[in-house]
Design a protein around this ligand. Structure first.
Ligand SMILES: [Zn+2]
Length: 130
């Protein structure tokens, strides 16, 4: 259905037709506009919280491994206790199918099936070249 200006517009939040206002108007009123943007912000914040939580869990698992002297473990075994291999704070290099990853100050190599060469990184590594 076309509005009085001759074109159809629908509110991005409630889906009702917008029958007045300027041509580029996206919402029927301020309530819908605020509700739409608040919902987007909450989705964004939730996604950030989940990512930070996954990285913190990974760090706790890796730190516990270091504390007990374990420097390699199978990836499926790690994933069973909550490790999410796609969450790192950095990937330093890629050699074939092996990634050299970091989770804050802990470095490790990750193949398709194993995490190995787990160690604390030198905190001054990036300052040494200066
Ligand atoms: Zn609306």
């Amino acid at each position: 259905m076309k509005n009085v200006l001759g074109y159809s517009r629908y509110c991005l939040e409630c889906g009702n037709e917008i029958v007045y206002g300027r041509e580029g108007r996206k919402f029927c009123d301020c309530f819908c506009k605020n509700k739409y943007h608040n919902r987007l912000r909450n989705i964004h914040l939730s996604s950030r919280r989940q990512t930070i939580s996954a990285i913190e869990t990974n760090y706790e698992i890796l730190a516990a491994m270091l504390k007990t002297g374990v420097d390699s473990i199978s990836l499926p075994r790690l994933e069973k206790i909550g490790f999410k291999s796609t969450y790192t704070t950095a990937v330093k290099s890629i050699r074939g199918k092996t990634l050299q990853c970091m989770c804050f100050d802990i470095e490790y190599c990750q193949s398709e099936t194993t995490i190995f060469a787990l160690r604390r990184s030198n905190p001054f590594f990036y300052l040494e070249g200066m």
